[in-house]
Design a protein around this ligand. Structure first.
Ligand code: AMP
Ligand code: MG
Length: 325
């Protein structure tokens, strides 16, 4: 079986093609980037996806060296995400499915991140720390479902990095530059460490950092930002591992590229005797390969009743019925 997966929940429009044995045949994508200094505009992003969808499809087919008629199943990111983007993605999925007379399966975006991580990193039952521009969550499989054990109460970690970078006149996206500057930080500046139960909160840190911009070295602020927020994320991840009696941590999302975050996760896992896995960059961000692979796993939920399929902008992770585990 060959599955073609379409990602389109936010800034990325991606098409991945995988075979049933987990081989990635293609993972093509085109990323919408908002005008400098502005956040993502949902309608603009949707227009971007519409404009490039056929190009991305052709690129994926070319790389996979297959014809569209070789595809057996179409998977698409049904949610959670921005409604205009999800609508374009669903429409494209239906259009392709009708062209080749094949069924469609809707996939949960967050679960797709976890499933591609399990496939690529060869781990079995991890707690996932998912840190990106759009999400900050700790997810794990428990009692028959994927559940969110911790998350941000306000902005995401990616948001915090990008907003602080903008305030400090650093280039977008902020994460890589902040990481570089943090290496030269020497003084720890006290920031509010906000862990509430299993959740984290970042807005207080952002406000304080912006206030401290004038009278502190940017290197020290970046260093303190990373040390504080990453410690918070590692703390809730560790607690999830302990409570759930798991022994693997999977780090993914755009922020997973950060070497200091990786190091802190690694130390925590080593001290507990747990395995630590970082999803490689190509698959850590939003992409079609995630969706295609999860589509293969969820193939029992596929349908040809196209008129009944709806987007799910607020689809909760624990609302997904998981029959493949
Ligand atoms: P995503 O939403 O998964 O595409 O991830 C985008 C986010 O990852 C943005 O907020 C970036 O600032 C952040 N990011 C990218 N590279 C790094 C890095 N090296 N360290 C920290 N954050 C990063
Ligand atoms: Mg994502």
């Amino acid at each position: 079986m060959i599955c073609l997966g379409i990602e389109g929940t936010a800034h990325t429009f991606g098409i991945g093609i995988l075979s049933e044995d987990g081989k990635v045949l293609a993972n093509a994508k085109k990323v919408y980037s908002p005008q400098e200094g502005f956040g993502i505009k949902p309608v603009e992003a949707a227009e971007h996806h519409k404009k490039f969808s056929e190009d991305v499809l052709n690129e994926a087919l070319e790389r996979a060296k297959i014809k569209l008629s070789d595809v057996d199943l179409i998977a698409f990111s049904q949610g959670p995400g921005l409604p205009p983007c999800l609508s374009v993605t669903l429409k494209k999925a239906i259009e392709i499915a009708k062209r080749i007379k094949k069924p469609i399966v809707g996939v949960n975006h967050c679960i797709a991140h976890l499933e591609i991580g399990r496939l690529i990193c060869k781990c079995s039952d991890p707690v996932m720390l998912y840190v990106s521009g759009g999400n900050t969550q700790v997810i794990a499989f428990s009692e028959g479902k994927y559940r969110v054990f911790g998350e941000t109460l306000d902005i995401t970690i990616g948001n915090l990095l990008d907003c602080f970078a903008r305030a400090a006149n650093l280039p977008f996206p902020g994460g890589p530059k902040i990481e570089e500057l943090a290496k030269r930080g020497t003084k720890y500046i006290q920031l509010p460490y906000r862990v509430k139960g299993m959740d984290v909160s970042f807005t207080g840190i952002l406000t304080l950092l912006e206030k401290k911009l004038k009278e502190n070295k940017i290197e020290d602020l970046c260093y303190s930002l990373q040390e504080t927020t990453f410690a918070m994320l590692v703390e809730v991840s560790e607690r999830a591992i302990a409570h759930l009696r798991k022994n693997e941590l999977l780090l993914t999302g755009g922020v997973a590229a950060n070497k200091r975050l990786q190091e802190m996760c690694e130390v925590m896992c080593r001290e507990r005797g747990a395995g630590f896995y970082v999803v490689p960059h190509e698959y850590a961000g939003d992409c079609g390969a995630n969706i295609a692979w999860t589509g293969i796993l969820a193939k029992n939920n596929s349908t040809r009743n196209f008129g009944k399929i709806k987007i799910k902008p607020k689809w909760r992770t624990d609302d997904v019925s998981v029959d493949w585990r």
